[in-house]
Write a protein that binds this ligand. Sequence first.
Ligand code: DQA
Length: 145
Amino acid sequence: MSKLIFVLNGPNLNLLGTREPGIYGILKLDDIAIKLSRLAKGFGREIDFRQSNSEGDLVDWIHEAGEKKADIILNAGAYTHTSIALMDALLAVDCNCIEVHLSNIFKRESFRHNSFISRASTGIISGFGAKSYELALLALADQTS
Ligand code: DQA
């Protein structure tokens, strides 16, 4: 059976499309979800796409991914730079996590250069807009068990 992929999105990503389009692009989160779901099907993978502005929801969803032995694609938004709770949750589960960002966080303000998520992730894809999610999916594509 192919592994489920949880695609988890953090705070303010529900505003994609209108939020600072010069930085984050004009696609809405729903557009990204649809694209990604199609692409995943092509790889024989299923995705569960979610967004929350609450840190606790994201922690709970990481635990759920652990129970379901799912892979994780995570854009934690600003929690990337602040959340030891999310890092600990990722370290507590046995999941392959790919960290994604639409923008290149290393090209931006210095407070965005630290990622607690990176410390608990297999890899990071940052700076390719909505394509960052697709590249993360490619990274997981051939891992079926
Ligand atoms: C982001 C980068 C973060 O620094 C920022 O707080 C976000 C979005 C990105 O996708 O580029 O909310 O994760």
